[in-house]
Write a new protein. Structure first.
Length: 395
């Protein structure tokens, strides 16, 4: 599975390399080869030179890499004029909050490119502190810092956390999101954090139906596609739960989701429910019933296969998200008689980034990278046995 996840990691990042280096006057294949060599070098270092990485202090390397990422985020946020960007995810959030604070119906807000915002209410509210700081793009900075703290708590190992941060740092797809102030990737970083937290704490619908329903309802009120990670992770547990637990979880999830929209429904009932640009239409207009059924069957099938192996769970989540985007793109290409290429504006390849956090953490938590941890454990046991033997001999 690790090798397949490496291929998916390269696939997503090479898409961005190919699309955005094609404007430099050099064939994109040159940059793709350079990038693949860079990624393979990193993997080689983490598998063949891991003892040197540990001896060089993984903790120090972790914070150095994290500092580089943080400085990069700040640099791109404050050197790129957001009004010149041809991506309007940032202004969909900024202008929504601007309207909210000025008593204007938020879902009537236009982006700086003239479109309408589709994020659901909880995700908009999350960005209010960054709006007050003057830059909703700082949500990315907060997400990375929060992630960095969470990784140490999750893994209790700076080496594994270092792997995850380095893979993020060498991802052109991630840096593209930073440059255009997109919120998509860190929406799914938080989703990863939620799934990993639930798994770490051993929460289940059987013992925490109310709490998990609350969490899922809040996450569902960010964007619809967030359903996929939670469904693949929680479905086996949902099936094992009794009727009461299922009802509590399902009802609480739906109620929290609906409640988050009530202020906007009461504010302007007609505009919210009947506008062709309401957030439900904007988030579902890309897909068809057939595509939904394909993803539903795939997600249900894969949810039964991860068998408490959280690395495999992350892998299956990433596969399902990539298939979702791929099927949608293929269907549109067929409908358009292949008049537009993958890199045309008709196709937003950033949707593939929904899978990137789960690919990265599948790799970081896979035995491919955990081998060193096991090796260290064996070494410690050997040392303890040697010390015990010496004490016995001395006695």
């Amino acid at each position: 599975m690790a090798k397949f996840q490496q291929i998916l990691f390269l696939f997503i990042n090479c898409l961005f390399v190919a699309k955005y280096t094609s404007r430099l006057g050099v064939h994109p294949l040159v940059f793709i080869v350079i990038y693949i060599l860079l990624a393979l070098t990193v993997w080689w270092l983490f598998t063949k030179k891991k003892d040197r990485i540990i001896s060089a202090n993984a903790k120090t390397l972790y914070f150095l890499t994290l500092s580089f990422v943080i400085l990069g985020i700040l640099l791109l946020n404050y050197t790129i004029d957001p009004m010149k960007l041809q991506v309007d995810r940032w202004s969909a959030i900024h202008n929504f909050i601007h309207n909210l604070f000025n008593g204007v119906y938020p879902y009537a807000a236009h982006t700086h490119l003239g479109g309408y915002g589709s994020p659901f209410p909880v995700w908009q509210v999350f960005h209010i502190p960054f709006y007050l700081l003057g830059n909703v793009g700082l949500g990315m900075l907060f997400s990375v810092v929060f992630l960095s703290v969470f990784l140490i708590w999750l893994f209790k190992d700076y080496y594994i956390a270092l792997v995850a941060i380095v893979l993020l740092a060498i991802s052109p797809a991630f840096w593209y999101e930073v440059a255009v102030r997109s919120d998509l990737i860190y929406n799914f970083i938080f989703c990863f954090i939620a799934v990993a937290f639930i798994h770490k704490k051993k929460y289940s619908i059987q013992n925490q139906a109310l709490g998990l329903g609350l969490m899922c309802g809040l996450f569902l009120s960010t964007r619809f596609s967030i359903v996929i990670p939670f469904a693949i992770y929680l479905l086996p547990d949902f099936i094992r739960s009794d009727i009461k637990q299922k009802l509590v979880f399902g009802i609480v999830t739906i109620l929290i989701f609906i409640i988050s929209f009530l202020p906007f429904i009461f504010w302007n009932y007609n505009t919210f429910l009947f506008s062709e640009y309401n957030p439900f239409i904007l988030q579902t207009r890309q897909g068809t019933l057939l595509e939904v059924l394909i993803i539903a069957f795939l997600g249900i099938y894969l949810s039964t296969k991860w068998k408490e192996n959280i690395s495999n769970c992350y892998s299956y989540i990433s596969i399902t998200l990539i298939v979702l985007v791929s099927v949608t793109f293929i269907h549109r290409m067929i409908s358009d008689n292949f008049n537009n290429g993958l890199f045309d504006s008709a196709y937003d390849i950033t949707y593939f980034n929904m899978a990137l956090p789960f690919i990265i953490f599948s790799l970081a938590t896979n035995d491919f990278f955990l081998f060193l941890t096991k090796l260290k454990s064996v070494d410690n046991k050997t040392d303890n046995l040697s010390k015990s033997k010496d004490l016995n001999e001395n006695a």
